[in-house]
Ligand binder design. Structure first.
Ligand code: 13P
Length: 255
């Protein structure tokens, strides 16, 4: 973290977990545990049907509720999708785009990720843009090339002004849900590499102001070492974001 230059963001990605009642109970449990811990932003990205309950429970607290995806069209014949306008209408300001599970299981490409990103930004939302290499790419030594390509394609056409509402989540796919965490050094190297690419696109000041999270089996035990790295400005947390005690420990590591 370099808190002098950029905001630390600890975000939970609930994925396909929590009914509205479960989300309410979770937020009610967590609220007093993270109250006043304002050195980082705290966000949970929830399934669409759970957003309203989570928002109601989080009201008046330092917890913000976001979505896990958004479509690029304003409306129309896209069965099963939700537009940025719809999310804005219910007060959602944050949205995850390009998660590896969307890319892996639901056919999302850098092209659709870019379209969704531009639509969310145009609607005034803040985007948590996920990217990262798969295991074979890391083993082949092409991680930097892969994340550079994703960064350039996913942000194509995003203005410098809009970039202020972008958070990049570097999530090595081999570390997601596997218990295999990138070492703090690996996380630092690749987050720094992404920042250099952003600097080449938008200049140094914009790159230095960009929050870059690490995601992939971040938990209460490893968060402090990861967050101690200069270029790791927060976490995008899956499994540990479903357990109030574990999530709070990660928030504490960011204080
Ligand atoms: P885990 O923390 O469960 O590995 O998930 C990380 C992730 O995919 C966050 O978006």
């Amino acid at each position: 973290m370099n808190t002098a230059k950029r905001r630390t963001v600890i975000a939970g990605n609930w994925k396909m977990n929590f009914t509205p009642d479960q989300a309410t109970a979770f937020i009610n449990e967590l609220k007093p545990m993270v109250a006043g811990k304002d050195n980082c932003d705290i966000i949970f990205c929830a399934p669409y049907v759970t957003i309203a309950a989570a928002q109601a429970a989080a009201q008046g607290s330092n917890i913000k509720i976001g979505a896990e995806n958004v479509h690029f069209a304003p409306n129309g014949a896209y069965t099963g999708e939700v537009s940025a306008e719809m999310l804005k209408a219910i007060g959602v300001e944050y949205v995850i785009i390009g998660h590896s599970e969307r890319r892996q299981y639901f056919g999302e490409t850098d092209e659709t990720v870019n379209l969704r990103t531009k639509a969310a930004l145009a609607a005034g939302m803040t985007v948590i843009l996920c990217l990262g290499e798969v295991k074979e790419q890391r083993l082949a030594g092409i991680t930097d090339e892969v994340v550079a390509m994703q960064t350039k394609l996913d942000l194509a056409g995003v203005s410098a002004e809009e970039l202020k509402r972008v958070i990049i989540a570097y999530e090595p796919v081999w570390a997601i849900g596997t218990g295999l965490t990138a070492t703090p050094e690996q996380a630092e190297e690749t987050c720094a590499s992404i920042r250099r690419v952003v600097a080449s696109m938008y200049g140094n000041d914009a790159a230095e102001a960009l929050t870059i999270q690490y995601g992939g089996s971040m938990n209460d035990a490893n968060a402090a070492d990861l967050l101690a790295k200069t270029n790791v400005d927060g976490g995008l947390i899956g499994g540990a974001s479903l357990v109030a005690k574990k999530f709070t420990a990660i928030v504490d590591a960011a204080q």
